[in-house]
Design a protein around this ligand. Structure first.
Ligand code: BES
Ligand code: MN
Ligand code: MN
Length: 457
C-alpha cells in the first residue's frame, strides 16, 4: 500500500483540477432546463470510469435521468463491493448568496466551493481516484467492484428501485459502500449506521375563485392562508410531539445503551447552536439534540406560499395557499403508512370552508444496521489508516432512499463512510468540501478496497 499512498500524495493537485471539471457541469436533477446538463454529467461520469480502468461502463436509461454503471471483476475469489453514489445536485438558489459562482469550483482556505462538492460528486470522485491509484500502481484492484451512480437522488430516486429490482443479478455483491454523508465533526471521522426516512407532501388550499378585496369581503369567507396556518399548527404540540394519530405506533424507541453512546460523542451543544445562529434550540421534550435528529421522527414545513408578499401593503384575501411539508421517519416507520395517516388526519381537521388537495411527493424508508459486521469493522480500519483516527459510530438525520432497498431487496449490508463536514452547506449556498478530508478519503478508500478484498466472501 505504500506505493499507492505515495501515488495519491503525488497526484493531490491533479485530483483537485479534475474534480473542478466534474463540478463545472450543472447537473441539477430537479430543473427541466438542466436535463441536457444532467446527461452530460452522466457521460462525464462514464468517461471517467473508463479512464480509471473500469470495464463494461454504460449509461442505463430510465424514464428520468440516466444511471451510470461500471465494473471491474478481475479479483477472482474475492468479495464484491457495490459502490453507490449520485452525480446529480440540488438547485443553487438563492444564487446571490454564493461567494463564488456555484459551477466554477473555487478553492479558498483548503476548501473547494461548488454545488456538488460534498453532495455528492466530490465524494464519488474520491473513490474514482482510489480505484485509479490501485490500477496505475498494480494494474488491478484487490476487490471486485461495481459502481452504480445515479442522477435522481436529489429528487427522490423514483426510478432506482425499479432498476435495482430488475437487475438483481447484475448488482450481486457482498457489501454496499456509500460516501454521501457527513462525518461526525472535523477531526472526528465516523461510520454512519442509521438514516431517517422521508414522506413529503404538497398541500394546496383554495378559498375562492380569485383573490378578493379584504375590505369588501373580509369576514365573509375563510382565508386560506389562515386556514393553512391553523392546520399546520395542529401537527405538532408545544413539546414538539407530532399529533397525527398513530404516527408513533411503529417507532423503535432508542435503547438506553444507544443513548449512552450518543452522550459520549464530542458534541458541543452551545457551539452547534451558535453555528446555526439559533436563539434557542427546540425539539421533542425528553430527548437530547443528537437523539432528536438521529433517532426521533419530525414534521417540518419546507415552504409556504400565499397572498401578497411584495414590498409595501396590499389589502387582499388570497384565493390560494400552498405548503410543502415533510416528515422524517425512523425505524420501523413506513413512508406509505405514515403518508396515509397524515392524509387522513389533515382531511379530518381541514374545515369545509376551503378546498383541500394533497400531492404525495417523494419518500424513502428509514434504515439502520448493526455495526458489528466484518465489513463495517474493515471500514473502521481503513478510515483509521486514512485519517490517523479511529472512527466513531453515528446515525444521521438525512435520507438516502435506496439504502433500505439494497438491504431489503439485495440483502446487502451497507457501509456509510462519508467525509463531509456538518457545516459544509449541502443544499445551501457556498457548498464546500474540505480538501484535506477529500485527500484522506481517497487514501482511506484505497485501503478499504484492500481490507474488504481480504475478507472471506
Ligand atoms: N447526501 C444526502 C443524504 C444525507 C444528508 C445523509 C445528511 C446523511 C446526512 C442526500 O443527497 C439527500 O440530500 N437526500 C435527500 C433525500 C430526498 C431528496 C429523498 C434528503 O435527505 O433530503
Ligand atoms: Mn447526497
Ligand atoms: Mn443531497
Amino acid at each position: 500500500m505504500d506505493k499507492i499512498v505515495d501515488h495519491i500524495n503525488v497526484n493531490r493537485d491533479r485530483y483537485v483540477e479534475e474534480l473542478k471539471q466534474y463540478l463545472a457541469i450543472p447537473s441539477v436533477s430537479a430543473l427541466p432546463q438542466h436535463k441536457d446538463d444532467v446527461r452530460r454529467c452522466a457521460e462525464w461520469t462514464a468517461d471517467q470510469m473508463r479512464r480509471i480502468g473500469l470495464q463494461t461502463v454504460r449509461l442505463e436509461e430510465t424514464p428520468g435521468h440516466p444511471i451510470v454503471y461500471g465494473e471491474w471483476l478481475g479479483a477472482q475469489g474475492a468479495p464484491t463491493i457495490l459502490f453507490y453514489g449520485h452525480y446529480d445536485v440540488q438547485p443553487v438558489d438563492p444564487l446571490n448568496l454564493w461567494t463564488s459562482p456555484p459551477f466554477e469550483a473555487t478553492v479558498r482556505d483548503g476548501e473547494i466551493y461548488a454545488r456538488g462538492s460534498v453532495d455528492d460528486k466530490g465524494q464519488v470522485f474520491m473513490h474514482f481516484k482510489a480505484v485509479e491509484a490501485h490500477m496505475k500502481e498494480h494494474g488491478r484492484l484487490p476487490v471486485n467492484m461495481k459502481f452504480l451512480i445515479e442522477g435522481e437522488e436529489e429528487v427522490g430516486s423514483a426510478n432506482l428501485d425499479n432498476f435495482v429490482n430488475a437487475n438483481k443479478a447484475l448488482l450481486k455483491a457482498d457489501v454496499v459502500v456509500i460516501s454521501d454523508s457527513p462525518m461526525f465533526d472535523r477531526g472526528v471521522p465516523s461510520i454512519c449506521y442509521g438514516l431517517r426516512g422521508l414522506a413529503y407532501y404538497q398541500i394546496d388550499l383554495r378559498g375562492t375563485k380569485s383573490d378578493l378585496h379584504s375590505g369588501s369581503f373580509g369576514g365573509a369567507v375563510a382565508n386560506p392562508a389562515m386556514v393553512l396556518a391553523q392546520i399546520l399548527a395542529q401537527m405538532k404540540d408545544r413539546s414538539g410531539r407530532i399529533k397525527i394519530p398513530g404516527f408513533y405506533d411503529d417507532v423503535v424507541e432508542l435503547l438506553p445503551e444507544e443513548r449512552a453512546e450518543f452522550a459520549k460523542l464530542p458534541f458541543n451543544e452551545r457551539k452547534y447552536r451558535l453555528e446555526l445562529g439559533a436563539p434557542r434550540l427546540f425539539g421533542e421534550t425528553g430527548f437530547t439534540t443528537l437523539e432528536r435528529v438521529w433517532g426521533r421522527p419530525t414534521f417540518e414545513v419546507n415552504g409556504l406560499l400565499s397572498g401578497f408578499t411584495g414590498e409595501g401593503a396590499k389589502t387582499v384575501i388570497p384565493a390560494l395557499a400552498m405548503g410543502k411539508v415533510s416528515m422524517r421517519l425512523v425505524p420501523n416507520q413506513d413512508p406509505k403508512k405514515i403518508g396515509d395517516l397524515f392524509e387522513a388526519h389533515i382531511k379530518k381537521i381541514a374545515p369545509k370552508t376551503v378546498e383541500l388537495s394533497l400531492t404525495r411527493m417523494h419518500g424513502g424508508k428509514p434504515w439502520m444496521t448493526a455495526f458489528d459486521n466484518p465489513f463495517v469493522q474493515a471500514a473502521g480500519r481503513a478510515i483509521e489508516k486514512g485519517f490517523g483516527q479511529r472512527p466513531v459510530f453515528n446515525r444521521e438525520g438525512g435520507s438516502i432512499p435506496v439504502v433500505a432497498t439494497f438491504q431489503e431487496e439485495l440483502g446487502l449490508p451497507c457501509v456509510l463512510f462519508g467525509v463531509g463536514l456538518p457545516d459544509e452547506n449541502a443544499h445551501a449556498p457556498d457548498e464546500k468540501l474540505d480538501l484535506g478530508n477529500f485527500h484522506n478519503g481517497i487514501i482511506a478508500s484505497a485501503f478499504l478496497y484492500g481490507e474488504i478484498g481480504g475478507l472471506p466472501r
